[in-house]
Design a protein around this ligand. Sequence first.
Ligand SMILES: Cc1cc2nc3c(=O)[nH]c(=O)nc-3n(C[C@H](O)[C@H](O)[C@H](O)COP(=O)(O)OP(=O)(O)OC[C@H]3O[C@@H](n4cnc5c(N)ncnc54)[C@H](O)[C@@H]3O)c2cc1C
Length: 456
Amino acid sequence: MADSSYDCVVIGSGPGGYVAAIRAAQLGMKTAVVEKDRVGGRCLNYACIPAKAVLRVADVLSEVRDADDYGIKVPEPEIDFGAVGERRQRVVKTLTGGVSGLFKKNKVDVIESEGALAGAKKIVAGGEEIAANTIVLATGSLKRPIPGVGFGGRVIGTEEAWALTELPRTMAIVGAGASGTEIASAFARLGTDVLLFELLDRVLPTEDADISKAAERGLKRQNMKIHTNTPVQEVQAREGTVRFSYNGEAGEAEWLVIAAGRGPDIEALGLEGAGVRLDASGLVEVDGAMRTSAEGIYAIGDLVHGPALAHKASDEGIIAVEDAAGLDTHPLEYVDIPRATFCTPAVASFGLTETQAREHGHDVVVGKVQYGAVGAGTVYGDRTGLIKIVGESKYGELLGAHIVGSKATELIQELVNVRVLEGGYPEVARIVHGHPTLSEGVMEAARAADGWLIHG
Ligand SMILES: Cc1cc2nc3c(=O)[nH]c(=O)nc-3n(C[C@H](O)[C@H](O)[C@H](O)COP(=O)(O)OP(=O)(O)OC[C@H]3O[C@@H](n4cnc5c(N)ncnc54)[C@H](O)[C@@H]3O)c2cc1C
């Protein structure tokens, strides 16, 4: 039940909005969240979480298939895709239920409605005007089509791909960024024949070139064909199939998934009337404290500049409401935010690639080791994973780190933490790491950067 006035109203309950609301409530603000769809936002309901739930199934299947290498004989496993979907939904329900529980615990009201700005310090939701001293816009982003190809029928976005209820025999994916690559890696291992297309010259084109190469080698061992430097054209959706052309060839698949970018969900917000300006790229313009051009209105997450990532949205939400509460905040260092792709092999990074570091004029030092350099790589069955540290030679600064292989998405955090705590690769090289762990590989990569690799 909504009241007529709040200290803080957050529009959107994704990882940006729900974290902002809880933090606002912790800071003593009477808080409400306005959500037009499902609590937890797109991240928990349709994107990050369902994606990872299905990828986990593909990972388990890969392990079962590799069991022979470990002396375990198992017959060829069978996939019950209906049960896969049920587990995906259970995971989503558990996590979104958790968010609802946190709202209750923190006395955050939930207003189930579309919300819009309605002049100074006011919003309208469910036909009611609600006054709010602080308003946080956290409405996230929507899929974007590619030129000449609209969504509809068998042409779908990434969220729809993760929600498929039958395992397709064939699938074509446009865009080999994080989302496209995750879909390709999950469905290919589950048995779908996958075609993965990328306009640029490599998969995961924003990652370090060495990492892209290693990821592509791993992906090619799955049930997929990768076409880089390749636009997909002349798309025709038919009954039960999609036809298209690429490189002068004709292609056909049960589904064509467009994973080529997203745009901010701002249509319904009434930004212009409220004096909220957009920046040159059409995102909501904000300063380092997430303040928009209109007093008392903040914007966070996929609505604003920076990588479109859930954890980035959450941190921005905390900054916004802490600023509103009069606390000292610091702008996010966007380059230090960890980026993760949960395909197989997994990819994670932060900071500058080697090429970027050189372009910025740094005196670059690189430390590279394969997982096979440390005992854990062999014990746990991944010798080809790669850890690459990009440093500045003068003071041992960590400019970036790039990992491809098992647990990459967990391993990256150590290096992010060291950087944020103002340590460098010489410190990582001398921190005692447990044995046998893959994190010893991180230590060895730091030693390689520092010029004294032990194992290699
Ligand atoms: C397939 C896929 C997989 C992804 N995987 C990852 C991942 O593994 N890790 C990661 O960090 N990021 C991932 N992302 C990105 C991540 O989902 C987004 O960065 C994140 O969801 C942004 O959070 P948000 O709070 O800004 O918005 P969202 O999660 O988009 O939530 C916004 C909410 O606002 C609501 N809303 C919109 N307009 C209104 C309105 N006018 N009134 C009321 N409510 C409104 C929407 O219904 C929605 O619930 C993925 C994205 C996709 C598409």
